[in-house]
Write a protein that binds this ligand. Structure first.
Ligand code: NAD
Length: 370
Protein backbone atom coordinates (compact mmCIF):
# COMPACT_ATOMS: atom_id res chain seq x y z
CA UNK A 1 0.00 0.00 0.00
CA UNK A 2 2.81 2.34 1.09
CA UNK A 3 4.89 1.34 -1.94
CA UNK A 4 1.97 1.91 -4.28
CA UNK A 5 1.46 5.45 -2.98
CA UNK A 6 5.17 6.24 -3.38
CA UNK A 7 5.21 4.99 -6.97
CA UNK A 8 2.05 6.82 -7.89
CA UNK A 9 3.27 10.08 -6.35
CA UNK A 10 6.62 9.77 -8.16
CA UNK A 11 4.98 9.23 -11.55
CA UNK A 12 5.67 11.97 -14.11
CA UNK A 13 2.40 13.37 -15.43
CA UNK A 14 3.71 15.28 -18.42
CA UNK A 15 6.39 13.65 -20.55
CA UNK A 16 8.97 13.76 -21.98
CA UNK A 17 10.68 16.57 -20.08
CA UNK A 18 9.26 15.71 -16.66
CA UNK A 19 11.33 15.06 -13.57
CA UNK A 20 10.82 12.59 -10.77
CA UNK A 21 11.95 14.35 -7.61
CA UNK A 22 12.49 13.29 -4.02
CA UNK A 23 11.92 16.43 -1.94
CA UNK A 24 13.36 16.29 1.60
CA UNK A 25 11.90 18.66 4.19
CA UNK A 26 8.73 18.67 2.10
CA UNK A 27 6.54 19.68 5.07
CA UNK A 28 8.80 22.68 5.60
CA UNK A 29 8.23 26.19 4.29
CA UNK A 30 10.31 26.04 1.11
CA UNK A 31 9.69 22.30 0.63
CA UNK A 32 5.93 22.71 0.51
CA UNK A 33 6.03 25.50 -2.07
CA UNK A 34 8.63 23.73 -4.22
CA UNK A 35 6.78 20.39 -4.14
CA UNK A 36 3.54 22.07 -5.08
CA UNK A 37 5.12 24.01 -7.96
CA UNK A 38 6.80 20.89 -9.35
CA UNK A 39 3.56 18.95 -9.20
CA UNK A 40 1.69 21.74 -11.00
CA UNK A 41 4.15 21.37 -13.89
CA UNK A 42 3.41 17.66 -14.03
CA UNK A 43 6.59 16.41 -12.37
CA UNK A 44 6.57 13.40 -10.06
CA UNK A 45 7.15 14.34 -6.39
CA UNK A 46 7.65 12.25 -3.27
CA UNK A 47 8.26 14.08 0.00
CA UNK A 48 10.01 13.08 3.20
CA UNK A 49 9.96 14.97 6.50
CA UNK A 50 10.37 14.04 10.18
CA UNK A 51 7.82 16.64 11.37
CA UNK A 52 10.10 17.72 14.20
CA UNK A 53 8.85 20.26 16.74
CA UNK A 54 11.42 23.01 16.18
CA UNK A 55 8.32 25.06 15.43
CA UNK A 56 4.60 24.29 15.61
CA UNK A 57 4.20 20.84 13.98
CA UNK A 58 0.52 21.59 13.28
CA UNK A 59 1.68 24.08 10.64
CA UNK A 60 3.70 21.28 9.02
CA UNK A 61 0.62 19.03 9.13
CA UNK A 62 -1.47 21.74 7.45
CA UNK A 63 1.13 22.04 4.69
CA UNK A 64 1.10 18.25 4.33
CA UNK A 65 -2.68 18.36 3.89
CA UNK A 66 -2.22 20.97 1.18
CA UNK A 67 0.26 18.75 -0.67
CA UNK A 68 -1.91 15.71 -0.21
CA UNK A 69 -4.75 17.51 -2.02
CA UNK A 70 -2.39 17.85 -5.02
CA UNK A 71 -1.70 14.11 -4.87
CA UNK A 72 1.75 14.37 -3.29
CA UNK A 73 2.68 11.58 -0.90
CA UNK A 74 4.81 12.63 2.05
CA UNK A 75 6.66 10.00 4.06
CA UNK A 76 7.16 10.61 7.76
CA UNK A 77 10.79 9.70 8.34
CA UNK A 78 14.26 10.97 9.10
CA UNK A 79 16.84 11.60 6.39
CA UNK A 80 19.34 9.75 8.57
CA UNK A 81 17.33 6.54 8.13
CA UNK A 82 19.56 4.83 5.55
CA UNK A 83 17.41 1.70 5.07
CA UNK A 84 14.32 3.86 4.45
CA UNK A 85 16.16 5.90 1.82
CA UNK A 86 17.48 2.76 0.14
CA UNK A 87 13.98 1.36 -0.02
CA UNK A 88 12.75 4.58 -1.64
CA UNK A 89 15.49 4.56 -4.27
CA UNK A 90 14.77 0.87 -4.95
CA UNK A 91 11.12 1.69 -5.55
CA UNK A 92 11.61 4.77 -7.71
CA UNK A 93 14.25 5.82 -10.25
CA UNK A 94 14.33 9.43 -9.05
CA UNK A 95 15.95 11.76 -11.59
CA UNK A 96 16.59 14.44 -8.94
CA UNK A 97 16.74 15.04 -5.21
CA UNK A 98 15.74 18.48 -3.93
CA UNK A 99 17.29 18.36 -0.47
CA UNK A 100 15.75 21.00 1.79
CA UNK A 101 15.51 19.14 5.12
CA UNK A 102 17.70 20.81 7.72
CA UNK A 103 17.76 22.25 11.19
CA UNK A 104 17.21 25.89 10.31
CA UNK A 105 17.53 28.98 12.51
CA UNK A 106 20.64 30.70 13.75
CA UNK A 107 20.03 31.36 17.44
CA UNK A 108 18.56 27.94 18.29
CA UNK A 109 22.01 26.48 17.59
CA UNK A 110 23.11 27.78 20.98
CA UNK A 111 20.34 25.76 22.66
CA UNK A 112 20.51 22.56 20.64
CA UNK A 113 23.80 22.26 18.76
CA UNK A 114 23.44 18.50 18.25
CA UNK A 115 20.34 18.88 16.07
CA UNK A 116 22.39 20.90 13.54
CA UNK A 117 25.07 18.23 13.30
CA UNK A 118 22.41 15.51 13.04
CA UNK A 119 20.30 17.07 10.28
CA UNK A 120 22.71 19.33 8.40
CA UNK A 121 25.92 17.31 8.45
CA UNK A 122 25.05 13.63 9.08
CA UNK A 123 21.72 14.12 7.24
CA UNK A 124 23.38 15.53 4.14
CA UNK A 125 25.91 12.67 4.09
CA UNK A 126 23.04 10.19 4.42
CA UNK A 127 21.24 11.75 1.42
CA UNK A 128 24.42 11.83 -0.69
CA UNK A 129 25.18 8.19 0.22
CA UNK A 130 21.70 7.18 -0.88
CA UNK A 131 22.09 9.16 -4.11
CA UNK A 132 25.50 7.77 -5.00
CA UNK A 133 24.45 4.15 -4.39
CA UNK A 134 21.19 4.54 -6.33
CA UNK A 135 20.88 3.32 -9.88
CA UNK A 136 20.48 5.59 -11.76
CA UNK A 137 22.23 8.24 -9.66
CA UNK A 138 19.98 11.29 -9.30
CA UNK A 139 21.29 14.86 -9.58
CA UNK A 140 21.17 16.61 -6.20
CA UNK A 141 20.09 20.22 -5.59
CA UNK A 142 20.31 21.27 -1.95
CA UNK A 143 19.83 24.33 0.25
CA UNK A 144 22.96 25.93 1.59
CA UNK A 145 22.57 29.43 3.03
CA UNK A 146 23.69 33.04 2.76
CA UNK A 147 24.92 32.57 6.32
CA UNK A 148 28.09 30.96 4.91
CA UNK A 149 29.33 34.51 4.17
CA UNK A 150 29.50 34.99 7.93
CA UNK A 151 31.43 38.01 9.12
CA UNK A 152 32.22 39.10 5.57
CA UNK A 153 31.51 42.78 5.15
CA UNK A 154 32.18 43.21 1.44
CA UNK A 155 28.71 43.33 -0.06
CA UNK A 156 27.10 42.35 -2.31
CA UNK A 157 28.25 38.80 -1.69
CA UNK A 158 29.43 36.88 -4.76
CA UNK A 159 29.85 33.13 -4.76
CA UNK A 160 33.63 33.63 -4.85
CA UNK A 161 33.70 35.63 -1.59
CA UNK A 162 35.35 34.04 1.41
CA UNK A 163 33.23 31.73 3.55
CA UNK A 164 35.73 30.84 6.24
CA UNK A 165 34.33 33.01 9.03
CA UNK A 166 30.90 31.60 9.96
CA UNK A 167 29.11 33.47 12.76
CA UNK A 168 26.95 30.58 13.96
CA UNK A 169 26.96 26.80 14.22
CA UNK A 170 24.14 26.81 11.67
CA UNK A 171 26.39 28.61 9.19
CA UNK A 172 29.27 26.27 9.99
CA UNK A 173 27.13 23.20 9.21
CA UNK A 174 26.04 24.71 5.86
CA UNK A 175 29.63 25.50 5.03
CA UNK A 176 30.59 21.92 5.99
CA UNK A 177 27.82 20.77 3.65
CA UNK A 178 29.44 22.62 0.76
CA UNK A 179 32.76 20.87 1.44
CA UNK A 180 30.99 17.49 1.71
CA UNK A 181 29.27 18.17 -1.63
CA UNK A 182 32.70 18.72 -3.16
CA UNK A 183 33.85 15.29 -1.99
CA UNK A 184 30.81 13.43 -3.32
CA UNK A 185 31.16 15.19 -6.64
CA UNK A 186 34.89 14.52 -6.82
CA UNK A 187 34.92 10.85 -5.83
CA UNK A 188 31.52 9.57 -6.93
CA UNK A 189 30.66 11.81 -9.86
CA UNK A 190 27.44 13.08 -8.31
CA UNK A 191 25.97 16.16 -9.94
CA UNK A 192 25.41 18.58 -7.04
CA UNK A 193 24.09 22.15 -6.89
CA UNK A 194 24.17 24.14 -3.65
CA UNK A 195 21.81 27.10 -3.36
CA UNK A 196 22.63 29.89 -0.93
CA UNK A 197 19.18 31.19 -0.03
CA UNK A 198 18.91 34.73 1.36
CA UNK A 199 16.22 35.22 4.08
CA UNK A 200 13.19 33.60 2.46
CA UNK A 201 9.72 34.82 3.45
CA UNK A 202 6.11 34.41 2.37
CA UNK A 203 2.80 32.61 2.99
CA UNK A 204 3.11 29.33 4.98
CA UNK A 205 6.42 30.71 6.31
CA UNK A 206 8.42 29.83 9.39
CA UNK A 207 7.12 31.11 12.77
CA UNK A 208 10.68 31.45 14.11
CA UNK A 209 11.61 34.11 11.56
CA UNK A 210 11.41 37.83 12.38
CA UNK A 211 8.78 38.88 9.81
CA UNK A 212 6.49 36.13 11.16
CA UNK A 213 7.04 36.65 14.90
CA UNK A 214 6.81 40.45 14.43
CA UNK A 215 3.42 40.00 12.74
CA UNK A 216 2.21 37.79 15.59
CA UNK A 217 3.48 40.15 18.29
CA UNK A 218 2.30 43.36 16.62
CA UNK A 219 -1.21 41.90 16.36
CA UNK A 220 -1.08 40.79 20.00
CA UNK A 221 0.03 44.26 21.11
CA UNK A 222 3.35 42.94 22.39
CA UNK A 223 6.58 44.89 22.20
CA UNK A 224 8.91 43.72 19.45
CA UNK A 225 12.69 43.83 19.81
CA UNK A 226 14.74 45.25 16.96
CA UNK A 227 18.49 44.77 16.96
CA UNK A 228 20.98 47.39 15.89
CA UNK A 229 24.69 47.03 15.26
CA UNK A 230 27.59 48.89 16.90
CA UNK A 231 27.24 52.67 16.60
CA UNK A 232 23.54 52.39 15.72
CA UNK A 233 24.18 50.59 12.42
CA UNK A 234 20.93 49.23 11.00
CA UNK A 235 20.53 45.52 10.61
CA UNK A 236 19.38 44.71 7.05
CA UNK A 237 18.44 41.61 5.13
CA UNK A 238 18.15 40.73 1.47
CA UNK A 239 14.58 39.44 1.95
CA UNK A 240 13.65 37.08 -0.88
CA UNK A 241 10.08 36.10 -1.70
CA UNK A 242 9.26 32.39 -1.67
CA UNK A 243 8.02 32.27 -5.29
CA UNK A 244 11.35 33.65 -6.49
CA UNK A 245 13.26 31.04 -4.48
CA UNK A 246 11.06 28.28 -5.89
CA UNK A 247 11.73 29.56 -9.40
CA UNK A 248 15.48 29.33 -8.66
CA UNK A 249 15.15 25.78 -7.25
CA UNK A 250 13.22 24.57 -10.29
CA UNK A 251 15.64 26.22 -12.72
CA UNK A 252 18.47 24.46 -10.85
CA UNK A 253 16.74 21.10 -11.23
CA UNK A 254 16.06 21.74 -14.92
CA UNK A 255 19.65 22.72 -15.71
CA UNK A 256 21.31 20.03 -13.54
CA UNK A 257 23.38 17.69 -15.65
CA UNK A 258 23.19 13.95 -15.07
CA UNK A 259 25.50 12.42 -12.48
CA UNK A 260 28.38 10.67 -14.22
CA UNK A 261 29.40 8.06 -11.64
CA UNK A 262 33.04 7.62 -10.56
CA UNK A 263 35.53 8.68 -13.17
CA UNK A 264 33.22 11.03 -15.05
CA UNK A 265 32.27 10.68 -18.70
CA UNK A 266 33.84 11.59 -22.02
CA UNK A 267 32.12 14.93 -21.64
CA UNK A 268 34.08 15.53 -18.46
CA UNK A 269 33.55 15.46 -14.70
CA UNK A 270 30.16 15.70 -13.02
CA UNK A 271 28.69 19.10 -12.37
CA UNK A 272 29.36 20.95 -9.09
CA UNK A 273 27.69 24.33 -8.77
CA UNK A 274 26.86 26.89 -6.11
CA UNK A 275 24.52 29.87 -6.58
CA UNK A 276 23.27 32.78 -4.53
CA UNK A 277 19.48 33.04 -4.60
CA UNK A 278 18.64 36.46 -3.20
CA UNK A 279 16.74 39.58 -4.12
CA UNK A 280 19.68 42.00 -4.53
CA UNK A 281 18.01 44.74 -2.49
CA UNK A 282 18.63 44.64 1.25
CA UNK A 283 16.00 46.29 3.45
CA UNK A 284 16.64 47.50 7.02
CA UNK A 285 14.67 45.59 9.63
CA UNK A 286 13.09 48.87 10.83
CA UNK A 287 11.67 49.28 7.32
CA UNK A 288 10.34 45.71 7.42
CA UNK A 289 8.45 46.68 10.59
CA UNK A 290 7.02 49.83 8.96
CA UNK A 291 5.74 47.82 5.99
CA UNK A 292 4.13 45.31 8.38
CA UNK A 293 2.50 48.16 10.31
CA UNK A 294 0.98 49.50 7.09
CA UNK A 295 -0.34 46.11 5.98
CA UNK A 296 -1.64 45.17 9.44
CA UNK A 297 -2.97 48.67 10.11
CA UNK A 298 -1.55 48.44 13.62
CA UNK A 299 1.31 50.46 15.08
CA UNK A 300 4.10 48.32 16.54
CA UNK A 301 5.47 48.82 20.03
CA UNK A 302 9.20 48.81 19.38
CA UNK A 303 12.24 48.39 21.54
CA UNK A 304 15.67 48.82 19.95
CA UNK A 305 18.59 47.00 21.59
CA UNK A 306 22.21 46.36 20.69
CA UNK A 307 22.58 43.11 18.82
CA UNK A 308 24.01 40.46 21.11
CA UNK A 309 26.57 38.02 19.73
CA UNK A 310 23.97 35.38 19.00
CA UNK A 311 25.00 34.12 15.58
CA UNK A 312 23.19 36.81 13.59
CA UNK A 313 25.10 38.95 11.11
CA UNK A 314 24.54 42.67 10.51
CA UNK A 315 23.47 42.55 6.90
CA UNK A 316 23.19 40.37 3.83
CA UNK A 317 23.12 41.33 0.17
CA UNK A 318 23.26 38.90 -2.75
CA UNK A 319 25.04 39.31 -6.03
CA UNK A 320 22.89 37.10 -8.27
CA UNK A 321 24.66 37.54 -11.60
CA UNK A 322 25.72 33.85 -11.72
CA UNK A 323 22.21 32.58 -11.05
CA UNK A 324 20.84 35.08 -13.54
CA UNK A 325 23.27 33.99 -16.27
CA UNK A 326 23.19 30.24 -15.71
CA UNK A 327 19.71 29.62 -14.33
CA UNK A 328 17.77 32.52 -15.80
CA UNK A 329 16.96 33.39 -12.16
CA UNK A 330 15.16 36.70 -11.88
CA UNK A 331 13.44 37.73 -8.63
CA UNK A 332 10.26 39.67 -9.34
CA UNK A 333 8.64 40.40 -5.96
CA UNK A 334 9.69 43.31 -3.75
CA UNK A 335 9.29 43.25 0.03
CA UNK A 336 6.23 45.51 0.00
CA UNK A 337 4.30 43.19 -2.34
CA UNK A 338 5.61 39.98 -0.82
CA UNK A 339 4.67 41.01 2.73
CA UNK A 340 1.20 41.94 1.54
CA UNK A 341 0.77 38.35 0.37
CA UNK A 342 2.20 37.03 3.63
CA UNK A 343 -0.12 39.18 5.78
CA UNK A 344 -3.13 38.12 3.72
CA UNK A 345 -2.23 34.47 4.29
CA UNK A 346 -1.50 35.08 7.99
CA UNK A 347 -4.84 36.72 8.70
CA UNK A 348 -6.69 33.92 6.90
CA UNK A 349 -4.70 31.17 8.63
CA UNK A 350 -5.00 32.72 12.11
CA UNK A 351 -8.43 34.38 11.87
CA UNK A 352 -8.68 35.09 15.59
CA UNK A 353 -5.68 37.41 15.43
CA UNK A 354 -7.27 39.26 12.51
CA UNK A 355 -10.12 40.09 14.89
CA UNK A 356 -7.77 41.71 17.35
CA UNK A 357 -6.31 43.86 14.58
CA UNK A 358 -9.76 45.11 13.59
CA UNK A 359 -10.71 45.67 17.21
CA UNK A 360 -7.63 47.79 17.77
CA UNK A 361 -8.36 49.80 14.68
CA UNK A 362 -11.96 50.41 15.71
CA UNK A 363 -10.93 51.45 19.16
CA UNK A 364 -8.44 53.86 17.67
CA UNK A 365 -5.88 52.15 19.82
CA UNK A 366 -2.49 51.59 18.23
CA UNK A 367 -3.81 52.15 14.73
CA UNK A 368 -1.42 52.99 11.96
CA UNK A 369 -0.90 56.55 10.88
CA UNK A 370 -1.07 55.55 7.21
P1 NAD B 1 11.78 24.51 7.53
O1 NAD B 1 12.27 24.26 8.91
O2 NAD B 1 10.42 25.05 7.36
O3 NAD B 1 11.90 23.18 6.67
C1 NAD B 1 12.80 22.14 6.93
C2 NAD B 1 12.01 20.85 7.08
O4 NAD B 1 12.92 19.79 7.25
C3 NAD B 1 11.10 20.85 8.31
O5 NAD B 1 9.76 20.56 7.93
C4 NAD B 1 11.67 19.76 9.20
O6 NAD B 1 10.66 19.04 9.89
C5 NAD B 1 12.43 18.90 8.21
N1 NAD B 1 13.58 18.21 8.81
C6 NAD B 1 14.55 18.75 9.59
N2 NAD B 1 15.43 17.80 9.95
C7 NAD B 1 15.03 16.65 9.36
C8 NAD B 1 15.52 15.32 9.36
N3 NAD B 1 16.63 14.99 10.05
N4 NAD B 1 14.86 14.37 8.66
C9 NAD B 1 13.73 14.70 7.96
N5 NAD B 1 13.20 15.93 7.95
C10 NAD B 1 13.84 16.90 8.64
O7 NAD B 1 12.86 25.47 6.85
P2 NAD B 1 12.81 26.22 5.43
O8 NAD B 1 12.81 27.67 5.71
O9 NAD B 1 11.79 25.63 4.55
O10 NAD B 1 14.26 25.87 4.89
C11 NAD B 1 14.50 24.92 3.85
C12 NAD B 1 15.98 24.82 3.62
O11 NAD B 1 16.49 26.09 3.21
C13 NAD B 1 16.80 24.44 4.85
O12 NAD B 1 17.87 23.62 4.45
C14 NAD B 1 17.33 25.77 5.36
O13 NAD B 1 18.51 25.61 6.11
C15 NAD B 1 17.55 26.49 4.06
N6 NAD B 1 17.53 27.96 4.16
C16 NAD B 1 16.38 28.60 4.48
C17 NAD B 1 16.37 29.99 4.56
C18 NAD B 1 15.12 30.77 4.91
O14 NAD B 1 15.20 31.98 5.03
N7 NAD B 1 13.96 30.15 5.03
C19 NAD B 1 17.56 30.72 4.32
C20 NAD B 1 18.71 30.03 4.00
C21 NAD B 1 18.69 28.64 3.91
Amino acid sequence: EWEKRVRSSARIRRRPSGLSVLVTGAAGFVGTHASDALRRRGDGVVGIDNFNDYYDPSLKRARQALLSRSGIFLIEGDINDGPLLRKLFDLVAFTHVLHLAAQAGVRYAMLNPGSYVHSNVAGLVSILEAARTANPQPAVVWASSSSVYGLNTGVPFSESHRTDRPASLYAATKKAGEEIAHVYNHIYGLSITGLRFFTVYGPWGRPDMAYFSFTRDILAGKTITIFEGPGGVTVARDFTFIDDIVQGCIASLDTAKKSTGSGGTKQGPAQLRVFNLGNTSPVPVVELVSILERHLKVKAKRKVVKMPRNGDVLFTHANISSARAELGYQPTTNLQTGLKKFVKWYLAYYPSTAGSSVAKKRGGRGSSSS
